[in-house]
Write a protein that binds this ligand. Sequence first.
Ligand code: AHR
Length: 658
Amino acid sequence: MKQRFALLLFVMAMLNMPAFSQQNHTLLVKAAQPTVAIQPTMWGIFFEDINLGADGGIYAELVKNRSFEFFKPMMGWAVNRKKFVEGEMLVINRGNEDTRNPRFLRVTMNNAAKGDLGLTNEGFRGMGIKKGLRYDFSIMYRQPDAHTKLHLELIDTTKQVVGDTVLSLTEAGDSWHKAAVSFHARETVLKGKLNIWFEGNGTVDVDMISLFPGDTWKNRPGGMRADMVQWLAEMKPGFIRFPGGCIVEGFDLTNRYRWKNTVGPIEERQLMINRWNIEFPYRNAPDYFQTFGLGFFEYFQLAEDIGAEALPILNCGMACQFNSAEVVPMQAIDPYVQDALDLIEFANGDVSTKWGKVRANMGHPAPFNLKMMGVGNENWGPQYIERLKVFQAAIKAKYPNFKLICSSGTDPNGDRFDYLNGELRKLNADFIDEHYYRSPQWFLQNARRYDNYPRTGSKVFGGEYASHVDKTVGITRNTWLAALSEAAFMTSLERNADVVQMASYAPLFAHAEGWQWAPDLIWVNNLQSYGTPDYYVQKLFSLNKGSKVVPITLNNDVVAGQDSLYASACIDAATNELIIKLVNASDKPQNNTLLFDGVKKLAAKGKLTVMQAALTDVNSFDSPTNVVPVESTIAVKGKKIELNTTPYSFSVLRVKLE
Ligand code: AHR
């Protein structure tokens, strides 16, 4: 019903028909009086391995449980055999001999031919297979005699083979070897599987069984899903926060994220449960683990690739306070602080340093030029402040200009927030990380939140936010209402760019069949991905960031909800353009006259980009562009522009100063 109503209003506006009660506004843009600078970091992205974001998502590995380290060592694998022989497939645990990768599989063949004995890997909710694409298979193996042949098959849901090859394992002896082969798929399959048939006689030990598509981002072997990275690159984000989120904290301290376990050869990166595996009983994901194939080196590399500042968040000596609330005693906190110092050395240190050398050995001798780091995710209370002080003292003593992002807990108000906000400002924290997962109404009503914040001292990082509509609206909940309310709120962040210097929507990715948390910015399945309306709002802000705020007023007041209108303005010094962002969050068309004060001349035409839809509209795999920005030109009349906005719309206008 609402949808039809909005459509009717839209049609009427298009036809220039008088609407029910059209509203007229005159907005004054003081173009010659730019105020505060907008930091290049203003709009960024938040990455967490949640919703199969990394394993099963952007990390393009197709084999699930490739090294048999899941709690159930054969999870993801099925054994295929003609005849059962006791012990022919044994999971062996090396224990202390190799604590990082203890398990492997011993296969005993009894004059096996193709079809007699094999394994099937089911992938992460299946494997996405593309017709004509190259697939890169690799395996680590050890065998007393050189005799094993592997018959590899990609199969579809009816077990038809859609790609195959043979790999001979040619090395014999006591040590491990790696073998690899590439082959092409003949069909596209959304939920394929991998068969491995063993041919030979005697035993072969296998481990790190891996399959990657040939079309990874920048064609890096063992790399990332290109379509997923592309969404990020196109946003031109100012920063990328990683690796979370709650996974930084862990449900207890043994499950905290430890960056040192995520660098170096991948077979030495010790797998760990993903806390989202068991976090929500109603969205259980028993097969959700972190292989760390996407580790800190890869995160830094990704940041560099997409031109974003890296923003790692480290554990502060406290586990998730919603779970165990475990804390490290103060007298045992040093290793945690050392992890932070070592991370700076890993990112920036000379190749002669211990950790700089690790980075160089991984293929990046040049420093990553890391400038900031978060200490703690959503931690709170005096225990947090006590621990943070130790980090702050140690890091600032060694790196005085290095910026620290500090937690203000889980909510943007309340006693916990007030306490932390006060304490952090006393500590002169560089950045206070505020999180707001709130209703659309909250976002609309809080468009003046930062107008009265202190202009000096600590800056704000809107580190995680998303507008959460009624839970009953679809599974993704990424409706146009959610995105529109975020756009309205974001105009207020931009207006207060001296206070809020970084902001990121959260979470970033969700697999349609493996998610725990919704809404999310970008949805994927094994082959496709689409941006939500929220994604396009984020992208529009990021691509139209500008360099300085310009005042825009309605009746001498900032535009923050009067008649449901929200606006911000800025100037882009690089292109000499004024950029106006205008949200009409009402159900009425609005006629807005923009008067540009203090300009000599404007170009005859401006570029207008508009998003508008019914409030419940969403994008989907079938309709990925249902709600997207539409570009047009708009006439400039001297120093005036008539910008008529349709109900529930977000407009971005760029006009050149001449
Ligand atoms: O973004 C999802 C979760 O929300 C993050 O992991 C956590 O920081 C917050 O509670």
